[in-house]
Ligand binder design. Structure first.
Ligand code: ADP
Ligand code: MG
Length: 151
């Protein structure tokens, strides 16, 4: 689908945010500047607002690998795995520790090999128009029949 503006990206992120629960995983693919962090920011800020919690800054976890957001009963883990080079490094992060029930939003997830049940794959790419993006959605598990492409 074509996302024509930041407003449309926000609408889409809210649609997803409304259904999100601990143990969901959102994998964000796409080149630098394609909108992965912006999508994550809209999603996290919406959940904060819905829970009457002050919206925080949502920065790119490029250098820290991870920023965590505790929002009432939800715990959102926002990863950026761009700097990692091997699957072994990712295994060390324990992203999929079964004892921790968390929402995972993962930028640059290419090296992940874990079998995730409830997950969304979003693939962003640039368009000629600076404010548009091409976006593909694929849902698995509880997201299998989720419809995003109506504006
Ligand atoms: N429709 C759009 N969707 C996503 N980002 C957009 C859109 N239009 C403009 N942008 C801008 O593109 C940039 C995307 O950057 P960012 O979200 O950090 O990308 P990434 O995390 O994929 O590297 C932001 O500055 C954002 O404001
Ligand atoms: Mg980013």
């Amino acid at each position: 689908m074509i996302i024509k503006s930041l407003e449309q990206l926000e609408i889409l992120s809210i649609k997803i945010a409304k259904k999100i629960s601990n143990s969901d995983c959102i994998l964000l693919y796409g080149e630098i500047g394609s909108g992965k962090t912006t999508f994550s920011r809209y999603l996290i800020n919406f959940i904060q607002e819905k829970n009457n919690i002050k919206k925080t800054e949502v920065l790119s976890p490029t250098f820290n690998l991870l920023y965590e957001y505790k929002i009432n009963s939800l715990k959102v883990m926002h990863y950026d795995l761009y700097r990692l080079k091997k699957s072994a490094e990712i295994k060390q992060l324990d992203i999929f520790d079964v004892r921790a029930k968390t929402v995972k939003i993962i930028e640059w997830p290419e090296l992940i090999t874990h079998n995730i049940i409830d997950k969304i794959e979003l693939r962003f790419s640039h368009m000629q128009n600076m404010n548009e993006r091409n976006l593909s959605f694929k849902g698995y598990g509880k997201w299998k029949d989720f419809q995003i492409d109506e504006f």
